[in-house]
Design a protein around this ligand. Structure first.
Ligand SMILES: Nc1nc2c(ncn2[C@@H]2O[C@H](COP(=O)(O)OP(=O)(O)OP(=O)(O)O)[C@@H](O)[C@H]2O)c(=O)[nH]1
Ligand SMILES: [Mg+2]
Length: 217
């Protein structure tokens, strides 16, 4: 007779991430984890998103970088709660871990927020392997990176429920095949939602802002 013993052993990282998810749920906060290669436009997307939502949605941001407070300073100018994590204190880690988030999350005024955005360290590989306690994972890919990236770095696209194709203002100049990029994203993850936008011009932002409003409720 075969006896199957199934144990659900969460990794230490996942246990800490779950605690953060519970804390955010208690505070009725929706949280997204934005990930991408360096320079895809995560911070620029936030710079356009925050003023579009901040009259109705109370938003706070956690910025993750290997070094510098540059991104936090870009976000702080909107007068919203912002925390910068620099991973050079953790050996220059190429991702945020659940513990790094748990250690700073209460620096945000959680009782006064509806929405927390975590901008992860720019890297298309490592952040996909570490839950941080977010409700949704969002990947940004810019046109300049090439159509094959979802096929070469599938784990990130598999993990995320939303892909933002950014910098569509460059489509003509780069002679970029955005449809093939979208197809490649869907090949990796048929369920993923894909939105095309430009943080430079604001084109395509309506559906992204709508998505946030639906999720935050
Ligand atoms: N043309 C164009 N440039 C953009 C767009 N979005 C961002 N950029 C530019 O791309 C560069 C990188 O943008 P960031 O927003 O700093 O990218 P990031 O993903 O936050 O970068 P890291 O935090 O370093 O990973 C900047 O020079 C932006 O001005 C866009 O939609 N169109
Ligand atoms: Mg950034």
């Amino acid at each position: 007779m075969e006896i199957k013993v199934t144990e659900n052993i969460l990794s230490k990282n996942d246990q800490i991430a779950l605690e953060t998810t519970k804390l955010l749920a208690e505070k009725k906060i929706y949280c997204i984890n934005m990930m991408s290669s360096p320079g895809s436009g995560k911070t620029t997307i936030l710079e356009r998103t925050i003023p579009a939502i901040m009259d109705k949605i109370r938003v706070g941001v956690i910025e993750g970088d290997v070094a510098t407070h540059i991104d936090a300073e870009r976000i702080e100018k909107f007068g919203i709660p912002t925390v910068q994590i620099t991973t050079d204190k953790f050996g220059g880690a190429c991702h945020l871990s659940a513990k790094m988030i748990a250690d700073v999350i209460e620096k945000l005024p959680l009782d006064e927020l509806d929405f927390v955005v975590i901008e992860n360290v720019g890297n298309l590989i490592c952040p996909a392997g570490f839950k941080v306690g977010s409700n949704a994972d969002v990947v940004v890919q810019s046109l300049a990176e090439g159509v094959e990236k979802p096929l070469k770095y599938p784990v990130m696209f598999h993990k995320c429920e939303l892909a933002l194709i950014n910098k569509i203002d460059l489509e003509e100049a780069l002679e970029f095949d955005t449809d093939t990029l979208e197809e490649n994203i869907r090949k990796v993850n048929p369920k993923i939602r894909v939105m095309k936008l430009s943080a430079r011009t604001g084109e395509g932002f309506e559906q992204w802002i709508e998505w946030i409003k639906e999720k935050v409720g």
